[in-house]
Write a protein that binds this ligand. Structure first.
Ligand code: HEM
Length: 494
């Protein structure tokens, strides 16, 4: 008995030594990685990183270890970049080194390295060049992107008129209208707001973004190798994305049935033309998988980010009615009440432009950024990042960088205005990220945000159901995305 007890103590000690040795080996081999909290075997830095507010945990670690540090997601080291300067040095000054896409275990199973947003190497280069070109050309075709947005904003205003100032949750009003802009570009058609299938797609996109941002998803990012075999929210997210994929596949079939290479109607047609041209090339990236998954990237990103920004933006404007009043005053002066807003008006509306930038800065839609990866062995700030190391550029930490913003945690449109009230650019405004992976939809989003905010505020004033002081603007969920609180408001016709 005594011998058995001693033996199990001895074996436990051996096991402990082995685990410590493995951890030490791992850290010493990667000895030139930036500093960070000591990981423990298997769990990594789980004890230092709160999965229910991972962004705040990183800010806390930044105070101790500086703007560049390493944390272990389970066994996997990840380098975190905080603040504008560290992010710029990596993503812009060493743009090529940091241009890879990092692991995103919650959705990698759906994409498997295909599609623009999650691919790497030659595949990513080809898909990015092609997609940027097509999106730009669709602005130069028969109808400009501006016209598409103006038309769609018109439909939204009609919907608001129909509810006659009754309180509404704006979520799906905004996602349907914004989504229709990208739908008209990728599918060549807009959907009726009452279309049940379209409504279901909007709900699936919204639910997926929420799922990706829950604590569960952050835990999955760390321990997916084990968690993938168990039931949980990740399976729900997987199913949602598979259903969205099925929808895109069905749209591709519809396009194929009436395809005319001499008259491309949308993004899918342009991709099909390339597929036909390259059909004898076994190595081409123009294949069905990349078509479906890149279209899904555009459809998803083109819907959720802009509509979340508008939804969160209206919440902020109800909290600060004096800001809404000043935007309206500028609309009145520059555009008036009769004609619809145009993109050219923006240059004459510095206050409105500053408010939109400040909304994007404060709400910080993608606080952790989208993970990057170094595509070769990389020397950075005296550290050594072996090829394949994942890197998180914490966009939120640049947007709240106290060196660049006077009141980082306050909604203060003057952050983007000079003494004379002219619009003032701020280099730390990186809501769309920077460098080679910078958001493909930046120009489109900026147009949409300006045209939607001005078109809506030109015709409607906002009325909150509670006094401004009681409006809660803290994120309901903060993870991959910052999700706004659920709220209702009234759009009162002017
Ligand atoms: C307010 C609106 C938006 C915000 C804040 C936003 C933000 C971002 C961010 C932070 C990234 C990651 C960049 C990186 O890897 O460093 C990104 C990538 C991307 N965005 Fe957006 N986005 C917005 C709208 C859009 C729209 C409208 C589209 C569709 C046209 C879009 C399509 C994409 C795509 C395809 C990528 C992946 C680019 C790549 O991997 O090369 N985004 N976006």
């Amino acid at each position: 008995m005594a011998l058995g007890g001693a033996l199990s103590i001895f074996l436990s000690l051996c096991l402990l030594c082995l685990l410590i040795w493995i951890a030490w080996e791992r850290t010493s081999k990667r000895g030139k990685l930036p500093p960070g909290p000591t990981p423990i075997p298997v769990l990594g830095n789980l004890l230092q990183v709160r999965t229910d507010n991972i962004f705040q945990s990183f800010l806390k670690l930044q105070k101790k270890y500086g703007p560049v540090f390493t944390v272990y997601f389970g066994p996997r080291p990840v380098v975190i970049l905080c603040g504008h300067e560290a992010m710029k040095e990596a993503l812009v000054d060493q743009a090529d080194d940091f241009s890879g896409r990092g692991e995103m275990p919650t959705i990698d199973k759906n994409f498997q390295g295909y599609g623009l947003a999650l691919s790497n190497g030659e595949r990513w280069k080809v898909l990015r060049r092609f997609s940027l070109g097509v999106l730009r050309n669709f602005g130069m075709g028969k109808r400009s992107i501006e016209e598409r947005i103006q038309e769609e904003a018109g439909y939204l205003l009609e919907e608001f008129h129909k509810v006659k100032g009754a309180p509404i949750d704006p979520t799906f009003y905004l996602s349907r209208t914004v989504s229709n802009v990208i739908c008209s570009m990728v599918f060549g058609k807009r959907f009726d707001y009452e279309d049940k299938c379209f409504q279901n797609l909007m709900k699936m996109i919204n639910d997926s973004f929420v799922e990706m941002s829950k604590p569960w998803a952050q835990l999955y990012d760390m321990f997916w190798r084990i968690m993938q075999y168990f039931p949980g929210s990740h399976n729900h997210l997987y199913d949602l994305l598979e259903e969205l994929k099925d929808f895109i596949t069905s749209r591709v079939k519809i396009n194929e049935a009436s395809f005319d290479p001499s008259n491309p109607r949308d993004y899918i047609d342009c991709f099909l033309i390339k597929m036909h041209q390259d059909k004898s090339d076994p190595n081409t990236e123009f294949n069905l998988k990349n078509l479906v998954l890149t279209t899904l990237n555009l459809f998803f990103a083109g819907t959720e980010t802009v509509s979340s920004t508008l939804r969160y933006g209206f919440l902020l404007l109800t909290k600060y009615p004096e800001v809404e009043a000043k935007v309206y005053e500028e609309i009145n002066q520059v555009i008036g009440t009769h004609r619809i807003p145009t993109v050219d008006d923006r240059a004459k509306m510095p206050y409105t432009d500053a408010v939109i930038h400040e909304i994007q800065r404060v709400i910080d839609v993608v606080p952790l950024g989208v993970p990057h990866n170094v595509i070769r062995d990389t020397h950075f700030r005296g550290y050594f990042l072996p090829k394949g190391t994942d890197v998180y550029p914490l966009i939120g930490s640049a947007l709240k960088d106290p060196k660049y913003f006077r009141y980082p945690d306050t909604f203060y449109p003057q952050h983007f205005l000079d003494e004379q009230g002219r619009f003032k650019k701020n280099d730390a405004f990186v809501a769309f990220s920077s460098g080679k992976r910078i958001c493909v939809g930046e120009a489109l989003s900026r147009m949409e945000l300006f045209l939607y905010f001005t078109s809506i505020l030109q015709r409607f004033s906002l009325r909150s159901l509670v006094p401004p002081a009681e409006i809660n603007i803290t994120h309901r969920i903060s993870g991959f995305g910052n999700i706004p609180p659920i709220y209702k408001l009234c759009f009162m016709a002017r």
